[in-house]
Design a protein around this ligand. Structure first.
Ligand code: ZN
Length: 368
């Protein structure tokens, strides 16, 4: 992906054109204009980095073949989805660039495809990973292996802010930065594993959590798939076959399609919709805030834990504790505050609360 700047320029121009076109044709219609879903497909490794090596071939070639097939199925069958690859040939792409590509494209989903290896040639099965804490030493080992490519990159100290992929501590600092999109990532990971197991008959090693750099740095739901073990002759024979690649890619495709239907396409919950009867219009209690951190474990609220910020408040969403700073009825005030906050909390973003429920800024504004 060396022509990104040219590509970006092209995108900006096309986008500008698109905006002009849509304004002139649909200027009054907000409801039917739907954002095209953007999915980034990330084939792991590539070029000088072969990834895991096995008797039937290298990880980088297997994952590229599956990634391209997956992209093709999506493009052929789901016309309202835009597919972006982090690589579509055998080239080396730094880890930080992969996340950057997804973030810059404002992608809705990031799917990273990998394959495993183990000193034990009998190890087999597929697994899907989402960002999180390493619950065990073996989880940490897999994350380290996938993160360690960083060491092959030039200037990695600058790009990864001193992050050492080989230290356990380096991994665990991610804990406070629990991915906001964890629930959605978990949904997709679960669907992928179901497809692998039920439709392709693969051994299901489950959905796991660890601190993968690419997942950590992407600001969207993201999943990292380990297709199977290239170190296991039997499994590698299947995976490197035309059938194997096709079945694995179509399994991921079906899971993706389900994710799109269940999560992306579903209209924002219509909890606030009024009935036809002429009831009094209910006034909603709406305020805005900034989400600065999330954590699996509850964090004691004191300024030292939140870079000196006072009056941070907590909100539990599913299994994740979320932490917020600022509380304003006026969105512009939060917007101004956010400019300061994001200097300290790079991954923070503004949110809205409607009648005590966390919701999107867009939805809150629509209710106002
Ligand atoms: Zn890998």
């Amino acid at each position: 992906m060396r022509n990104t700047s040219k590509y970006n320029l092209f995108r900006i121009i096309s986008l500008a054109l698109l905006i002009i076109i849509s304004f002139s044709t649909f200027s009054q219609d907000n409801s039917s204009s739907k954002k095209k879903m953007v999915v980034v497909i990330d084939a792991g490794h590539g070029g000088k980095d072969p990834g895991a090596m096995g008797p039937k071939g290298n990880e980088k070639d297997l994952v590229l073949a599956v990634a391209l097939k997956l992209g093709k199925y999506i493009e052929e069958n789901l016309k309202d989805v835009k597919v972006i690859y982090t690589r579509n040939t055998d080239v080396f792409v730094e880890l930080y660039r992969r996340a950057q590509i997804a973030n810059k494209a404002n992608a809705d989903l990031f799917i990273s495809i990998h394959a495993n290896s183990n000193d034990n040639p009998k190890a087999y099965g597929c697994e899907s990973w989402i960002m999180g804490l390493h619950k065990s030493a073996s989880n940490l080992a897999v994350a380290k292996k996938e993160n360690s490519v960083i060491l092959q990159e030039d200037n990695y100290e600058e790009q990864y802010e001193g992050f050492d992929p080989n230290s356990a501590e380096g991994q665990i600092i991610f804990s406070l930065y629990q991915n906001e999109y964890l629930n959605q990532s978990a949904f997709l990971a679960g669907e992928i594993q179901k497809q692998f197991k039920n439709r392709v008959g693969r051994y299901d090693r489950g959905v796991k959590q660890a601190g993968f750099w690419v997942l950590y740095k992407t600001v969207m739901p993201s999943v990292l798939i380990e297709l199977g073990f290239v170190s296991n002759v039997k499994e590698a024979t299947y995976l490197f076959s035309e059938d194997g690649e096709t079945y694995m890619a179509s399994a991921i495709y079906r899971a993706f399609k389900k994710y799109k239907q269940e999560i992306f396409d579903k209209p924002v919950q219509k909890i606030y919709e009024e009935k036809e009867t002429k009831k009094e219009v209910k006034k909603h209690d709406i305020y805005y805030s900034i989400q600065i951190a999330t954590s699996k474990k509850q964090v004691k609220i004191k300024p030292s834990k939140f870079k000196g910020y006072k009056n941070v408040f907590e909100f539990k969403d599913a299994n994740v504790y979320k932490y917020f700073y600022g509380k304003e009825k006026d969105y512009d005030k939060i917007s101004t505050l956010y400019k300061e906050v994001k200097k300290k909390f790079k991954d923070s973003f503004p949110v809205a609360f409607v009648d005590g429920k966390k919701t999107s800024i867009k939805e809150a504004k629509a209710l106002k």
